[in-house]
Design a protein around this ligand. Structure first.
Ligand code: ADP
Ligand code: MG
Length: 288
């Protein structure tokens, strides 16, 4: 058993009790310290997959191993010692009147002393840049701040693995970017392993090394952003699109025959590639 593999999932099939077929043929492994994105349109099965990984849904055929142990055979306590699921809507997760009380709930529940719980709350709030808000009432926070508090609540319990359901959904553009930067810091500096469900095609290539495309309950492609973001029609077939910048370069390359060698996925890569093409005289003069 490779000790660096935290999750090893082979889900043959999962149906909801009403007969909805939600997952099939899922093969997924998550390594220690990895940040994996599950990219899929609405209804593709992202939330279902996270709930299976978190041990909340058990009625599937196949197996899900967490550190080599069958998730179905672990107690909730054993799972929650390692893994925390952040719901898509913070209002489904937060329930205490104030920030500090909400974040302290988990540590207290785990049997931490008051002193240790307070220390964990302080640390967790610092990690998500919300130390100034400890005494605030939850209902006075913005949506993005609430999302940060949800993450702090799980970090305070010492989770090494975070399952995040659309952490950037509902945030404004700056909020989306800040959330991704926060996750990057937790991943790179604090060693938190992250599995993130998202449909945010423009942000993913900026931050994430490894991703899987989920379509109608199946993982149809996986790999680096360059391997996964293919042609626009293939993205459309899974109800997603290319990042806007990639769409533009793809059109210039294929419809206007500009001499791009590759299709960059981010503004930074596109800028370098455009300068290279300009310097090599790769823009066709025809029609101009
Ligand atoms: N509790 C449920 N009972 C029946 N069907 C469900 C339930 N939750 C989700 N589904 C269905 O399962 C499929 C996958 O849903 P979901 O995992 O929520 O997708 P996503 O998170 O990617 O939007 C959809 O067809 C959805 O309608
Ligand atoms: Mg969902």
């Amino acid at each position: 058993m490779d000790r660096d593999i935290r999750y090893l999932a082979h889900i043959e099939s999962f149906d909801y009790p009403d007969g909805t077929h939600a997952l099939s043929g899922i093969d997924l492994s998550v390594r220690r310290g990895e940040w994996v994105a599950i990219l899929g349109s609405n209804g593709s099965g992202k939330t279902t997959l996270l709930r299976v990984l978190d041990g909340l849904l058990k009625d599937y055929s196949g197996s899900v191993l967490l550190d080599g142990a069958d998730v179905r055979k672990l107690s909730p306590r054993e799972i929650y010692r390692k893994v925390g699921l952040v719901f898509q809507s913070p209002d489904d997760q937060l329930f205490a009147p104030t920030v500090a009380e909400d974040v302290a709930f988990g540590p207290r529940n785990m049997g931490c002393s008051e002193e240790e719980a307070t220390q964990r709350v302080t640390q967790a709030l610092e990690l998500v840049d919300m130390q100034h808000a400890a005494a605030k009432a939850i209902n006075t926070l913005s949506y993005g701040q609430k999302k940060r508090i949800c993450i702090a609540g799980l970090l305070a319990m010492g989770h090494e693995i975070l399952l995040l359901d659309e952490p950037t959904a509902g945030l404004d553009p700056m909020g989306e970017y800040r959330m991704m930067k926060l996750l990057k810091r937790l991943n790179r500096e604090n060693g938190v392993t992250i599995v993130m469900a998202t449909h945010s095609v423009d942000l993913v290539p900026l931050f994430i090394d490894s991703l899987h495309i989920l379509s109608r309950g199946r993982i149809v492609r996986g790999g680096t952003p360059e391997e996964v973001f293919t042609a626009p029609d293939e993205m459309a077939a899974v109800k997603l699109r290319l990042p806007h910048i990639a769409e533009l370069i793809h059109k210039l390359k294929h419809e206007d025959r500009v001499g791009f060698e590759r299709v960059p996925l981010t503004i930074g890569e596109a800028r370098r590639e455009i300068i290279r093409v300009l310097e090599s005289g790769g823009f066709p003069k025809a029609g101009l």
